[in-house]
Design a protein around this ligand. Structure first.
Ligand code: SF4
Ligand code: SF4
Length: 378
């Protein structure tokens, strides 16, 4: 365990230079197109100084602020999923005349992320248990996750849509990072950053940075900021017996109510850090080469439930129920973890303002309600 250190903005700049010198493609949060998005960054001047986000069901606003804080916002629309599970990837090719199948080795350069959130780290861990391990582990995920360098910045300003405290994933970070930063604000100067290494690579990087040894007062300031953030968490979910609650309420009439609002647009699955549905398509080029390509898909899409002659989830109700029940119930059976990390993105980016925390509370309130007539499904 390395001793914690307090660095300033010059330390952040040095960290970005150090990561670039090591050959990382370094991504960080930037204010772009009215949102916090992930883009290549080379200096702290690229980071969203003074910006705050304002989130609500179906609503996101990025507002310029007054201060010099760089991380005084919650989460943008992009989870880290795309870095390790790309939206489009060629899996294998087969060339004539043998048509021997050749797996395509992933050659993406190593990526460093400066400014990941604790719920983002948790999302990567959930994805790792889902697609990154076992006999059919995804080699792209494994390659990219293995070479990634992650600098997490703990959350000190949660959005109204966040519920990471309920899911045990934030606002502090306990593991899964190379370096952990906590932005400490000052009344009369720029913020400083309490930094702690979580891996040998993080320790080497931290050793290069200018700064001073952390004092007990710095750790106290961190604990206070995290406690304040936890107390300002916008939403909560009662997770008591949640997998069982969902599993025994497949016929609850609440699913009909939410289906009347759901547009089956797939936004909730696209922004979710753990959703991993995919389609596979084979195409043949003019030279006869066959390529198998994997693209992101969504369980809210009718076509994604199509098997041997027809869709198995023909109604929006059945597809929304599949998404929610998988996240909070069957994921435990399959992967031994929740499929939700409480980032709140599916609430903010739902054009119909559907709020999964509200849906779960409504199911709990109507636990065991008389079933409605089901559409025929296998
Ligand atoms: S819940 Fe919202 S985001 Fe998800 S498919 Fe329905 S309308 Fe789209
Ligand atoms: S289900 Fe919603 S709140 Fe949970 S991890 Fe996915 S996007 Fe975030």
């Amino acid at each position: 365990m390395t001793a914690a250190k307090v660095i300033g903005r010059d330390g952040l700049d040095e960290l970005l230079r150090h990561l670039a010198a090591l050959g990382y493609r370094t991504l960080g949060p930037v204010a772009r197109d009215g949102a916090i998005t992930m883009a290549e960054v080379s200096s702290s001047a690229d980071l969203p100084e003074g910006f705050h986000d304002r989130q609500a069901p179906g609503s996101y606003r990025l507002e310029p602020g007054q201060g010099q804080a760089l991380f005084d916002w919650a989460v943008g629309p992009e989870p880290l999923k795309a870095l390790v599970f790309p939206p489009r990837a060629v899996i294998w090719t087969a060339k004539p005349p043998s048509y021997h199948v050749q797996e395509v080795a992933d050659d993406a350069p190593p990526v460093a992320v400066v400014g990941a959130r604790p719920c983002d780290l948790a999302g990567l861990q959930v994805l790792g248990r889902s697609i990154g391990t076992g006999p059919v582990a995804d080699p792209i995920f494994q390659h990219r996750r293995h070479q990634a360098f992650l600098v997490v910045v703990e959350c000190t300003r949660p959005a109204s849509t966040c519920f990471c405290v309920s899911m045990g994933t934030g606002p502090g970070a306990t593991h899964g990072y190379d370096i952990r930063l906590t932005e400490l604000l000052s009344d009369d100067g720029p913020p400083s950053y309490l930094a702690l290494a979580g891996t040998p690579a993080g320790r080497r990087a931290l050793g290069q940075l200018p700064g001073r040894p952390a004092q007990a007062a710095d750790e106290r300031a961190r604990v206070e900021r995290l406690a304040k953030a936890a107390s300002r968490m916008g939403r909560s979910v009662d997770t008591t017996g949640l997998p069982e609650l969902l599993a025994r309420n497949l016929s609850n009439p609440r699913w009909d109510a939410v289906a009347e609002r759901c547009l089956a647009c797939g936004n909730c699955t696209a922004v979710c850090p753990t959703c991993f549905c995919a389609n596979f398509q084979d195409t043949t080029g003019l030279d006869g080469t066959v390529r198998r390509e994997r693209t992101w898909a969504s369980c809210s899409d009718l076509a994604h439930s199509y098997i041997h002659g027809g869709p198995v989830r023909s109604s929006i109700k059945s597809r929304y129920r599949q998404w929610a029940t998988h996240k909070f119930s069957w994921w435990w059976d399959q992967f031994g973890t929740s499929g939700c990390v409480g980032c709140g993105r599916c609430i903010t980016w739902c054009p119909a303002s559907i709020d999964i925390t509200e849906e779960i509370a409504a199911l709990r309130a109507s636990d065991g309600a008389a079933p409605t007539e089901e559409e025929p499904e296998p």
